[in-house]
Write a protein of this length. Sequence first.
Length: 128
Amino acid sequence: MNLPKAWVSEVDYGRKLLSSGIAGAYCGEEVYLHGRGLTPLLNRSARQALRPAVVGAFLGLLGGYQALRRRSASRALALSFLGGAIGFGAGLAWDNRGLVASVTSGAMKNIGRTRDQHWLEKHPIDYA
């Protein structure tokens, strides 16, 4: 099956965008970490996210306990687990917001450069 030439061109452009975004994300990570490892940062973040996880688990258990008259105890425990997972995820996201912002910024800068280069290839500027 032969694909039209325009489709092949667009697929190649999509690949360029993806690879430039990934490269920019790695650059943004390196800028944020300043040569430090990612693992110690994530370990510290996970320890700090335990507090919101406990709060979320308590709120989930409390919500399940309020409705315990109509539901089973396993449902209350499931809600507690769900609240803990949401709290843990929110704690991780909050603690790593600087890293996420740096990675996103690096990726968007590289994608913007690739888009500009693609536009200039399609619309050459003749200064003569």
